[in-house]
Write a protein that binds this ligand. Sequence first.
Ligand SMILES: Nc1nc2c(ncn2[C@@H]2O[C@H](COP(=O)(O)OP(=O)(O)OP(=O)(O)O)[C@@H](O)[C@H]2O)c(=O)[nH]1
Ligand SMILES: [Mg+2]
Length: 382
Amino acid sequence: MAFFDKFKRKKNQAVENQPVSDQQPNDDPGQDSHKKQADKSSPADSSQGSEVIAINDASPTPDNSAGAEETCPEIAQSSLFGRFKMGLSKTRKNLGGKIESLVKSSKKLDEEFYEELEDILIQADVGMNTSLDLVKSIRTAAKKQKIKEPAEVTQLIQNEIASLLGVNPVPLNKCAEKPSIILVVGVNGAGKTTTIAKLAYRYKNEKQKVILAAADTFRAAAIDQLQIWADRVGVELIKHLEGADPGAVVYDAVNAARARQADVLIIDTAGRLQNKVNLMKEIGKVRKVIEREIPSAPHEVLLVLDATTGQNAISQAKIFEESTGVTGIVLTKLDGTAKGGIVIAVTKELDIPVKLVGTGESLEDLRDFSPQIFAQALFDNS
Ligand SMILES: Nc1nc2c(ncn2[C@@H]2O[C@H](COP(=O)(O)OP(=O)(O)OP(=O)(O)O)[C@@H](O)[C@H]2O)c(=O)[nH]1
Ligand SMILES: [Mg+2]
């Protein structure tokens, strides 16, 4: 398919550091599911002196995977793009749609045009500095290509977004020796447990042996939630009782994964606010337990960020990176926000690749992040 071939072209990545915005979390009205679950769980101090951990006890949503896709890769690919597009529909309206309206209503590429373009990008959470840079590179490219008509600029904007987002998708790290260990971290309600279920489902479909570890021991509901997902996907869960030391769960899980020759061990951890020092230290300890058992592990530390939290996601990432090291970002709930421009801000402002995106609550709603597909989907109204 020419369409997908187009996305395989290599592009150079330009990553620059920029100041972080101080926007507070949860100020986006699209964050309903997070708020709903945060209401269910009230922060409290744990017996070990650590602080709060809100736990979501949402039940898994049934998935309705289509059988035809398994036998026909072409249908599967186009339907994957279709699903991704659907997941991005709010952002497409807010970002792609507004840019197209601007292009249609503008007579020339003048100062006013570029200022309005900047506003649209900022409103879609692309971030102030990234928006300014993006508009600058669009201006330069338009000049270079002698583009004067607004109608010709849409493709150019799409290309500049794709090139700012960088090269090909960055795959999840895998270790040649079993097991590959994936540690999943993030703030409360970001979507860690759901993402783990989606990942387990993906690996299981690839015929890999997966073990999950319930190192979020703060509340029984967290362990139960992961158990429900593990049963649904059909993978083993290593768990202790509520209140157990997360390090002890991880120790057992690593040894179980080795003993059972598992391909992948995925570790769920409790949600923690990045400004709670004790909890951030605790996650560092969990990492050390893994390293003690397998020095090359964890092979992947996935930071789960809720796309609806806006620019705060960037400061979260910086602090988690200091405590645990982060090798990849999962941006969840892209379906729930009109401000998916945060993908662009996260990519530009952090030196950590966005590896996966969540576009819904069911098991299939996890995608490898492809910059080109993202940029294409923003403007694709077909
Ligand atoms: N719409 C949408 N909802 C999602 C997505 N990912 C997760 N959720 C929902 O977000 C809520 C929180 O998800 P969890 O996976 O429990 O989040 P968590 O990070 O494990 O939460 P804690 O364990 O409490 O820190 C649930 O209602 C999920 O169904 C997504 O990509 N899209
Ligand atoms: Mg959880």
